[in-house]
Design a protein around this ligand. Structure first.
Ligand SMILES: [Zn+2]
Length: 272
């Protein structure tokens, strides 16, 4: 219950709007004179079919193709989305300095120490423990691989539902989104869905001479990570010093990304 009272004004307006549209769509135009005279916009339909709490991210993605691509992921997750949704700013704040964060940092530092010892002249770098939703949305709105997949999806959407201005039937659109397969996956998870948003994943990058040398960059997977064996060197340090890390991520291929699954945490077990 307390969670409800923590909603921001923006979230409340969105939730209310979504409920009204969903109710109107379910009831049909005969019960909703305002919709009969002025049909819902595409934007309204997209917001209405977005499973909670994804509508709050959707409104911050202006490009239609990028919006459709994100909504595809949300619709496919359905009701499970809420459990993996990125932390709010308040939750991120609460995690900072907590025993949970201290345990994560201790393990990150142990991996770093092992790696730095084993690879003189290089050091491991970790940007942070949590990636905020705003940060994820900014990346989604600018990332090239997302742009390419979004352009492809927008063309497919237009072919299926007609030119801009057409408002598809929400049920048909949801079904289409669930079935749509992009020819090439973007190298980012849709905003809100990455484990980085809940301090449950870490990207380890290699630095040399104070600069990122092997980064969290899809273009360096073969040319640097594999060619120079950094994938194996990192894996060796994880195996030696990071028992809670699982990975690396295989799909998409990210040798720097490890999920974090802490074992039964005594401090959490006694918290309530
Ligand atoms: Zn990652």
């Amino acid at each position: 219950m307390t969670e409800i009272w923590q909603k921001t004004g923006r979230q409340w307006r969105l939730a209310l709007c979504t409920m009204m549209i969903a109710a109107a769509l379910a009831a049909g135009p005969s019960c909703t004179p305002s919709f009969a005279s002025a049909p819902a916009s595409l934007e309204d339909v997209l917001t209405a079919i977005a499973p909670p709490p994804s509508a709050e991210a959707l409104v911050l993605i202006p490009d239609r193709g990028r919006k459709l691509l994100a909504l595809r992921s949300y619709v496919r997750s359905g009701a499970a989305l809420a459990q993996r949704w990125s932390w709010t700013d308040a939750e991120i704040k609460a995690f900072a300095g907590s025993p949970g964060e201290q345990a994560l940092l201790a393990e990150v530092n142990a991996v770093k120490a092992h790696f730095n010892d084993a690879n003189p002249g290089h050091e491991l770098y970790v940007h942070g423990t949590t990636r905020s939703l705003d940060e994820q949305i900014a990346k989604w709105n600018s990332n090239e691989s997302v742009g390419a997949a979004a352009a492809e999806m927008e063309a497919a959407f237009t072919a299926a539902f007609g030119e801009a201005g057409a408002v598809p039937d929400p049920k048909k659109l949801a079904q289409w989104l669930r079935g749509y397969q992009p020819s090439k996956r973007p190298n980012l998870a849709a905003p809100g869905m990455t484990l980085h948003g809940r301090a449950s994943a870490i990207d380890f990058q290699v630095m040399k001479d104070g600069r990122i040398y092997a980064g969290a960059n899809g273009k360096q997977v073969e040319s640097i990570w594999r060619a120079e064996g950094w994938d194996q060197k990192l894996k060796a340090s994880i195996t030696a010093a990071g028992p809670s890390f699982v990975g690396p991520l295989a799909n998409p291929d990210e040798p720097w990304h490890y999920d974090y699954h802490p074992k039964a945490d005594a401090s959490l077990a006694t918290a309530d």
